[in-house]
Design a protein around this ligand. Structure first.
Ligand SMILES: [Zn+2]
Length: 202
């Protein structure tokens, strides 16, 4: 009998996104394959698309800017839906920035099209029939935001190739992860690169 610990694995190309379904009790492992790459994470209940991961609720529930290992992320219904089980990265993540978008890149001076986490979210969500009017603010895994006297400075992710974080699902979820497209600020190092997502069943 072959053990099959991995139910599903996806490698997300630079400046794109992907989704997976994860059952309660299984783990989601997010790996920065090449280093210095931010992964935007979104999650929604499989049985109720009105319940989704809310970074605002998470901050309010924990009285923190970001949960530590053993704590987790809450839905807009004030329910913990993911728990940080392991953090095999430098531990710098962000829950303050919105997903990058066409409008953000236009504001930064891009005239033509630019890939964005918002567009990549829409593409992925549409594949499992989630069509939210407003894109939820993501958990920006591996993003390094320096906060000094209330000012936010986006700096290169501190991750090295192979760094990862592992989250346990507390309910059945669809998760969307994007490999952030930002190449006008240094959050993704010198170039946008790949992210791997894996579901590990219990
Ligand atoms: Zn982005």
């Amino acid at each position: 009998m072959n053990e099959k610990p991995y139910l599903d694995t996806k490698t997300i190309a630079p400046q794109s996104g992907g989704w997976l379904k994860i059952n309660q009790g299984s783990r989601l492992k997010i790996t920065d394959l090449d280093g210095e790459q931010v992964a935007d994470l979104f999650a929604v209940s499989c049985c109720n698309f009105d319940e989704y991961l809310s970074v605002g609720t998470t901050r309010a529930a924990l009285y923190k800017l970001f949960p530590k290992t053993g704590e987790g992320f809450f839905s807009n219904k004030y329910r913990q839906i993911l728990t940080i089980e392991r953090d095999d990265s430098p531990g710098t993540h962000d829950m303050l920035y919105c997903a990058c978008s066409t409008e953000m890149y236009q504001k930064m001076g891009i005239n033509g099209y630019h890939n964005s986490c918002s567009d990549n979210f829409r593409i992925a969500a549409t594949e499992f029939n989630w069509h939210p009017e407003v894109i939820p603010d993501p958990v920006n895994i591996f993003q390094y935001t320096q906060i000094t006297a209330g000012k936010m400075t986006p700096l290169p992710a501190q991750t090295k190739a192979g760094d990862s974080i592992t989250l346990k699902a507390e309910i059945d979820l669809y998760i969307i992860v994007t490999a952030c497209s930002m190449d006008l600020e240094p959050i993704n190092g010198t170039q946008c690169s790949r992210i791997k997502i894996e579901i590990i069943h219990n």
